[in-house]
Design a protein around this ligand. Structure first.
Ligand code: FE2
Length: 297
């Protein structure tokens, strides 16, 4: 899931109880009443979801399954070249279907025996504290809709392709799943919004948009890069900086554009030492010290 508000279409519950997703006029599905009705129905499933119960089945059209099949095939080819070896091994052991959109229930059923993670449906933006907090419990909030079929390789918002191809493949790795859990524990430990935001930015520049030196090449492990057909071809040409907690936690990012500043870990162990070590023990005071360090430049 992406974390910033402007990226999600707002979801409203009307007076009559119906759930409505308010797509922007620029959204590829804005003028398609059939797509919009399906978006509303899928959002309603998440709004009405009772934790601990099976996730309701989302209805997709054949055209939408075809979108998944196209993107899934294209990304799998690119992953061979651009994804870390750890991510590729995790994707292979998860074994997501390539020809149809899996239900979130099914994704959790595949993941849980591997790393203990389960998916829970989200209608749209989830407050930072909830989104990160439940990672500590092995729960991942996920949108369930898919992008509009007219633009299979583009989405203005995080859809099920991002959530599942990007994140579930990573969550099938013991090493990456451990980092997600540590991020959740850190988010639970801190009390101030400032510290929470810092932790979420470190997550953004690592588990969403992280790159690392892997088998002698620059490869990605971040879900945002690995689920983006365009971004995956571009990241090696971006401004690549060394992994640095203060810089990651205080650098501003624009969710609506390709990420032009990326942070590179030297190895999986380097990522675990620096970022995992930080999340494992940080408290409000430690984070505020880092923020002050950033201000001093
Ligand atoms: Fe995400």
């Amino acid at each position: 899931m992406f974390e910033e508000a402007q990226y999600f279409a707002p979801v409203a519950t009307n007076d009559d109880g119906t759930v409505e997703v308010r797509l922007a006029a620029s959204h590829p599905g804005f003028a398609d009443p059939v797509y919009r009705a399906r978006r509303n129905a899928i959002a309603a499933l998440a709004v009405g979801y009772v934790p601990g119960t099976p996730i309701p089945t989302a209805e997709y059209t054949e055209q939408e399954h075809e979108v998944w099949a196209i993107v899934s095939r294209e990304l799998a080819l690119k992953h061979r070249k651009y994804a870390t070896a750890e991510y590729q091994r995790a994707a292979a052991r998860l074994g997501l279907p390539g020809d149809r959109i899996p239900q979130l229930q099914e994704v959790g059923d595949l993941l849980e025996p591997l790393t203990g993670f389960r998916y829970i449906p989200a209608a749209g933006l989830v407050p930072l504290r909830d989104f990160y907090g439940v990672l500590a419990d092995g729960l991942f909030h996920s949108t369930q809709y898919i992008r509009h079929h007219s633009t299979p390789l583009y989405t203005p918002e995080p859809d099920v392709i991002h959530e599942v191809i990007g994140h579930a493949n990573a969550l099938a790795s013991d090493r990456y799943a451990a980092l997600y859990r540590l991020a959740g524990q850190a988010a639970r430990r801190v009390e101030s919004d400032e510290a929470l935001e810092f932790i979420s930015k470190v997550f953004w520049f690592t588990l969403e948009f992280g790159v690392m030196t892997d088998e002698g090449e620059l490869r990605a492990y971040g879900a945002g890069i690995l689920s983006s057909y365009g971004e995956i071809e571009e990241f090696r040409g971006m401004d690549i900086r060394p992994l640095d907690l203060v810089a990651m936690g205080t650098t501003h990012y624009d969710i609506t554009k390709y990420q032009d500043v990326l942070f590179r870990a030297d190895s999986p162990a380097h990522l675990e030492d620096v970022v995992g070590g930080f999340w494992e023990s940080c408290d409000d005071e430690a984070v505020l010290r880092l923020i002050a360090e950033g201000r001093q430049g």
